[in-house]
Write a protein of this length. Sequence first.
Length: 379
Amino acid sequence: MDEKSLLDRWKHRWNGLRKGKFHSRAVLHGGDQSMIKSKDPRFYRSAIAALVTLAVMGLFSIWPGAVEWLYLRSLFQVWRVAYDYTLGALPIPSGVWLMLFGIWGIGRCVKQRSWSWRGLFQLLLWLFSSFFWLWGFLYFMPSKKPDVDVHWSSIEVYNWLMEVQTDLETHLAHAEIAMTESEVRERLEHFLAQTQWPTAGRVRARAWCEGGITRYLGVSGIYLPWSMEGHLSETLPVEVLPFVQAHEMAHGYGIAREGEADYHAYKALTTPLGVETDAAAHWKAQYELWCALRRMLLQLDQAAFERSRQQCSSELTLRHQKVKSNFAVYTGQMAQLGSKSNAIYLKTMGMQDGLANYDRWLVWLWIEGMNARSQANRF
């Protein structure tokens, strides 16, 4: 190596250090050649971002009451408004752009052979940090619903089921009426406003043409913090789509836990607005409640479940079989793996009951019903 070449290399290193870049020397196999590799400072930024995120998580775990004012009613509202009235207004769901960007990134790495463990670790750090800053801190917020358990008796569940079943049979004509995303959002925002929950922005939860891929993975709907939207499969039956849509929108407005999202979805659809779709929204919420009660009764008392099934009208039975047939198409090992992964995720996020957290809304509805009956008996 001549003196001029060596001098040029040291000038390159000095200019890099002067501009704030980091360098390391990598010796090639020949032993008599060397090259200068630039260490990307973005790795250090991603590590610092992850450490700051962990520090904030520690703060919120010690002081969970601060989440509502330091995050939900401040920074999260900024995210909502900034996204909902820009990218959220586009006709194409943001999940599509996110997927295309991921495919492009993977293709670029393969083409340029630039994949590395260091780069993967850096990506994971950014995903971790952005998940919590965009939405995940809401898991540290204390629930506004009572943390109680109800010891269900088969008689109570049976009577409740039959009450809901009669309501569904009476208003069966409203089952086929479809609801738009805007109608579901209006109902959810109306109910959230009654509970003093912030509703800045315009949360989207769109059904998009993905051929049922997410449902093969055991997912009917999902809210992605990185896309700031709820995503549903267009293959969902009309009987259940509005409830799933309201559930994912509830996540978008900052309700993180699954049971609470189900509760707000039910209350939003059953709260009358004095419009034409009131009856259809009510039926779809009641149908979801009916299905949940049937599952619970089957676990508690199979004989009582059979009695309820025999007393179900043929019209409602046929409609339920239609919905079950739709869901049966997407069952399999991948769906089971997706459910197990979801259970692990929920427990990691602090919901130790796992998938059972989805049914917490039944407890709160039961308590509300008991309180209403108690109030009525007093007068």
